[in-house]
Design a protein around this ligand. Structure first.
Ligand SMILES: [Cu+2]
Length: 149
């Protein structure tokens, strides 16, 4: 009767490894990188970043807000046309990429125009994980996305 006990110990050890971080069990582990905002040339601005998920469960980016904009929406680009989406998937052990010509954040009703060299504070909210606040650096306007909105 000792073998089952030994097997249980091994399973418990594996769980302890994957559960590192000591959180309350939130299985998605999100981090943000490669963030930037092209200096806006109108009363709208775009934002790009990559959300990496090192956890065992998928999550979704569900909403975004920023103190510089009255509204921030999430857009995807399909066949060259942008459209607003309710959420974007962040796969387990994968990443969600927001990049020029693809998925992006749209800052509308700008309260001030961010300038190159400044940073814009953005809060990202998710279906499962706790919100993340990111300081997005403002880059030259040459990153301006295609027209269309
Ligand atoms: Cu857009």
């Amino acid at each position: 009767m000792r073998r089952p006990a030994a097997a249980a110990l091994i399973v418990a050890g594996a769980l302890a490894l994957t559960g590192c971080g000591g959180s309350d069990g939130g299985p998605a582990e999100l981090s943000v990188g490669s963030a930037y905002m092209p200096q806006p040339v109108s009363d709208m601005a775009a934002g790009f970043l990559t959300i990496t998920n090192e956890g065992d469960s998928a999550d979704r980016l569900t909403s975004v807000s920023s103190d510089v904009a009255g509204q921030v929406t999430v857009h995807e680009t399909v066949d060259g046309a942008m459209r607003e989406v309710e959420s974007l998937d962040i796969p387990a052990h994968g990443s969600l990429v927001l990049e020029s010509g693809g998925n992006h954040l749209m800052f509308e009703q700008l309260k001030r125009k961010p300038k190159q060299g400044q940073k814009v504070s953005v809060e990202l909210r998710f279906a499962e994980s706790d919100p993340l606040t990111v300081e997005i650096p403002v880059k030259p306007a040459t990153y301006t996305p295609k027209t269309g909105h």
